[in-house]
Design a protein around this ligand. Structure first.
Ligand SMILES: Nc1ncnc2c1ncn2[C@@H]1O[C@H](COP(=O)(O)OP(=O)(O)O)[C@@H](O)[C@H]1O
Ligand SMILES: [Mg+2]
Length: 244
């Protein structure tokens, strides 16, 4: 398998805190890679460094062999990388359908001030909403969605740009078991269509069942990586994370 995403020796501190310390990670093309670790271990910061929400103090990021360090969200999106946020970012007063379109506009495919929704955008949005069973809510304001549905909407919205690599920050956090199952099935079916995933998640059955490779962080550093059975029995991981 070839490497799709490569983060090389990322470093980022906030004040005195070393949030990410010399961390290198690789995501193989076609994989579902998990990123786990205790709260505060630097998982979200890794996402923020890869997607340039924060600038790394040092280190580089490559996508499909090309450097993407410092690229803006719209540039990353054009190169096939999309992400969700740990705290869902939606426009509460816009409709579910409009929430599907706004990110496409924001990444600069077309200005928000441009003409109304293109037919092909609307069609793709409707198709994705069907896929996440939100089509019946298309014209409702996003605030009417349940918490789990909000997560699904954010997930569906980032699929509008047909990403090759999707990064999910705690997709199952606070979501009920039926919805968790639905999200797992969705990830699996998209993966079957060629989408690569990097997933941060605390729900261990979710991670162990879904991922083919797991990277474990602790205090800003990578402490282990490997296939799920190896991670589950790694004493270093058990001490740092899975033990408690
Ligand atoms: N914007 C920020 N300002 C200050 N400290 C931050 C910021 N973002 C993250 N941190 C700190 O960096 C460390 C790693 O945080 P984070 O990456 O959010 O961890 P995780 O996602 O693994 O729970 C924590 O100590 C956190 O408080
Ligand atoms: Mg986090």
């Amino acid at each position: 398998m070839t490497v799709l995403l490569q983060a090389e020796k990322l470093v980022r501190s906030f004040g005195g805190i070393m949030a990410v310390n010399n961390c290198s990670i690789e995501v193989k093309k076609g994989s579902i890679t998990g990123l786990i670790g205790p709260n505060g271990s630097g998982k979200t910061t890794i996402f923020n460094l890869i997607t340039n929400v924060y600038k790394p103090d040092s280190g580089r990021v490559y996508l499909d062999g090309q450097e993407i360090t410092g690229l803006r969200p719209n540039q990353l999106c054009h190169r096939g990388l999309s992400r969700t946020f740990q705290i869902t970012r939606l426009f509460w007063d816009l409709s579910v359908l409009e929430n599907m379109i706004v990110p496409v506009r924001q990444v600069g495919f077309r200005s928000l001030l441009g003409p109304g929704m293109y037919q092909h955008e609307a069609e793709r949005a409707q198709e994705l909403l069907r896929r996440v069973s939100l089509d019946h809510m298309a014209h409702q304001p996003a605030r009417k969605l349940s918490f789990g549905q909000q997560k699904l909407l954010e997930f569906a919205a980032i699929l509008m740009s047909k990403p090759d690599l999707v990064m999910l920050d705690e997709p199952a956090g606070g979501v009920n078991p039926t919805m968790i199952r639905f999200i797992m099935d969705l990830i699996r079916s998209l993966n079957g269509e060629g989408v690569t995933f990097l997933v941060v998640e605390h729900n261990m059955s979710f991670v162990m069942e879904l991922c083919d490779h797991i990277i474990v962080m602790n205090q800003g550093e990578k402490i282990a990586e490997g296939p799920p059975p190896m991670i589950q029995s790694d004493p270093v991981v058990l001490d740092a994370y899975l033990g408690d």
